[in-house]
Design a protein around this ligand. Structure first.
Ligand SMILES: Cc1cc2nc3c(=O)[nH]c(=O)nc-3n(C[C@H](O)[C@H](O)[C@H](O)COP(=O)(O)OP(=O)(O)OC[C@H]3O[C@@H](n4cnc5c(N)ncnc54)[C@H](O)[C@@H]3O)c2cc1C
Length: 385
């Protein structure tokens, strides 16, 4: 079987690229090994911090990718709802940032200035103003556990599992073939090109011969990269989540404290996240981490006796040594590309990633400079996150 473009990986990055390419008239096949919850895209929380103004982000490649992606997300969400009937839940709910224990409010005030420099709306809230803005935090304010915070009114949230479902349906409507339960086992390289992609399918081994191949296998990309003669230092960073159900709608905004957060969902659900752990490819939850998350939630929301733990899960983020995604052509090859390593921002950055990758494949100049994301770049020392 021949296909124009083969995307390795059926997560948000792979499906977004597939949708974009199919929208430009390409024949696309997505190879998707599984949809387990361990994939980052299913597990994600779906927080979109405010996008910087594109002009203010011009000198920061990662911020520029986020700015482009953020703008596209609002367009894509409208298109996806019209094409598929699925509402991905993207909403500008606002986010409150609280000082973390041991970190004085002054540090948060410095963050506020940094947001303003990026032309994002940001307001300072003293303790009573935090309680007024988000009554669910009133008990923590009264008990002295929250002294103030920063409000970013443009923070948004999305439902990653719904967005995945919408992307998948849109891809199928656009003629993308999604090969489920199928793993790429290897690629055959001859000279400067990938000639064949070797698959393990439910019916046995198979080879396809795509015109272009994109490696977008999230945390698993590093292992496959060797097949392209590449050393790609993506590694899994586990994140655990607990989903709490309260008897009533409890939170309006995303609440962030350091790397911890609470994300409101409809029907009284609050998602509590998340850990950052190096645990290899082990995507199980651990009692200690879930207890830690619940302790954090109790610290901010007060007594949790009215809440039920609806579900817990863990997913593997694709981490990279310098914290930036890797996007671009495989050096020395004319038909192989990489799109991975989005770490904590892959849902947010997926639309811009899709656009620039499709531009590269079509030989067009992408709208962003991509040197900072180059495949095979030297990683700055000490850049580990
Ligand atoms: C707990 C948690 C919270 C997060 N919160 C946010 C957030 O709030 N905002 C945000 O923007 N981002 C967030 N992220 C990050 C985001 O989820 C990731 O950056 C993004 O989902 C990466 O997408 P991906 O498609 O590269 O990887 P994945 O979603 O992991 O997909 C990889 C795909 O490749 C497939 N695959 C692997 N090996 C093979 C093979 N050999 N053959 C075929 N297919 C293969 C897998 O089956 C999978 O389908 C979070 C992540 C986690 C874990």
């Amino acid at each position: 079987m021949s296909t124009d473009c083969c995307i390795i990986g059926g997560g948000i990055i792979g499906l977004s690229i597939a949708r974009e390419l199919a929208g430009r008239g390409r024949r696309v096949t997505v190879i998707s090994r599984d949809r387990r919850r361990s994939t980052a895209s299913w597990a994600a929380s779906g927080i979109f911090p405010p996008a910087p103004d594109p002009a203010a982000a011009a000198d920061e490649p990662n911020a520029a990718l986020t700015a482009l992606s953020d703008r596209l997300h609002w367009e894509w969400s409208r298109q996806l709802a019209a094409e598929t009937g699925i509402d991905n839940g993207l909403v500008r709910c606002g986010g409150i940032y609280l000082a973390r224990p041991g970190l004085p409010l002054a540090a948060l005030q410095a963050d506020l200035q940094a947001w303003r420099l990026r032309a994002a709306a940001a307001e300072w809230l003293d303790g009573p103003a935090v309680a007024e803005a988000e009554p669910a935090l009133a008990a923590a304010v009264a008990a002295g556990r929250v002294a103030g915070g920063m409000l970013l009114p443009d923070e948004a949230r999305i439902r990653p599992s719904r967005h995945l479902a919408a992307l998948e349906r849109s891809c199928r409507i656009r003629g993308v073939e999604i090969r489920e339960a199928t793993a790429v086992e290897g690629v055959d390289v001859a000279g400067d090109a990938v000639r064949g992609v070797r698959l393990a399918t439910p019916r046995g081994a198979e080879v396809i011969w795509p015109g272009y191949t994109v490696l977008a296998a999230g945390a698993w990309s590093g292992g496959l990269a060797e097949q392209f003669g590449l050393s790609l230092d993506t590694r899994p960073i586990r994140g655990q989540i607990a989903l709490l159900r309260f008897p009533r709608q409890w939170l309006g905004r995303v609440v962030n404290r350091g790397l911890d957060y609470l994300v409101p969902r409809e029907d009284g659900l609050v998602l509590v996240g998340s850990t950052l752990e190096e645990a290899g490819f082990d995507a199980t939850t651990t009692p200690a981490a879930i207890e830690g998350l619940l302790g954090m939630a109790a610290d901010l929301l007060g007594d949790l006796t009215a809440a039920e733990v609806e579900e817990t899960w863990a997913g593997l983020r694709p981490g990279s040594p310098d914290g930036l995604p890797t996007l671009g052509p495989v050096p020395g090859m004319r038909n192989a590309f990489v799109a991975t390593g989005h770490y904590r921002s892959g849902i947010h950055q997926s639309t811009g990633t899709a656009q620039v990758l499709a531009d590269l494949i079509e030989g067009r100049e992408p709208s962003l400079p991509l040197a900072a994301f180059a495949v095979g770049r030297e990683f700055a020392s000490g850049g580990q996150r």
